[in-house]
Ligand binder design. Sequence first.
Ligand code: HEM
Length: 218
Amino acid sequence: MSATAILANGRVLRYSFHERLVHWLAGFSYVYLLLTGLAFWSPWLFWIAVVLGGPTASRELHPWVGLIFVFATLLMYRMWSRQMHETESDKEFWRALGHYVRNEDELVPSADRFNAGQKLLFWGFLWCGILLLLSGLILWFPHLIPWSLRYLRYIAVIVHPAAALLTIGLFIIHVYMGTAMERGAFGSVIRGDVSTGWAKRYHRVWYEHLLRDAAARK
Ligand code: HEM
C-alpha cells in the first residue's frame, strides 16, 4: 500500500495521499472522541459537550465517530502492520534509549521507515482501539447484555476510560514528537514529502533502501 520513493525534485515521499487521508481520518475522529469523552468523564469538563453542539448531539455522535476511528485504525493496520514488527535494531534502540534522550544521535541505531517508538505507538493505538470498541459497544447497548452477564458492564465501565487514558498518553507524545521535536515531520503528513536531510537524520536505513531502489530502477 505504501508508495515511498525519492522524488524527481530530490525530496523524499514519506506518505502517499491514501496514507495521509487515513491518518487524518484517525486524527480528526480521535480529537472529537477525546473532547466529547473528556466531557462525559468529568463534570468540570462538561462545558466541552455544550461547545461542541450540545450534550445530546455529543452523546449521540460519540459512538458513531468511535466506529469511524476504529475503521481508520484498521485501515492503518492494513497499510502499515507489516512494517511495524519489532526488529533487532528496535531492541537495540530501546537499549540505547539513554543516548536518544541525551541527543547523542551517533550512538542511537539508525531506524528503518518507522522507529521503535513509532511502532509502540502504532500497536498501542491498535490494541487500545480494540478495547475501546468492545467496551464501547457494551456501554452503547447495555440493555442487550443479559442480567447473568452484568459483570461485562462493570468491566466495560473500567476498561473504556482506562484504555482512553492510555491513548491520551500516546497521543500527547505523538503530537509533541511530530510537531515540535522532529522538525519537518508534520509536513510529511500534510504534503507527503520530507527533505533528504530529515530522512537521513531520522530514518537512515529507510533512506538508504530508497536510494538502492532508485539506483536499481535506472
Ligand atoms: C491529531 C493530531 C495528530 C498529529 C498532529 C499527528 C502527527 C503525525 C506526524 C507528524 C506523523 C509523521 C511522523 C513521522 O513520519 O516521523 C504522524 C504519523 C503517524 N500517526 Fe499521527 N498525528 C495525529 C493524530 C494521530 C492519531 C489519533 C493516531 C492514531 C491512530 C495517529 C497515528 C499515527 C501513526 C501510526 C503514524 C505513523 C507512525 C508514526 O509516526 O508514529 N496519529 N502523525
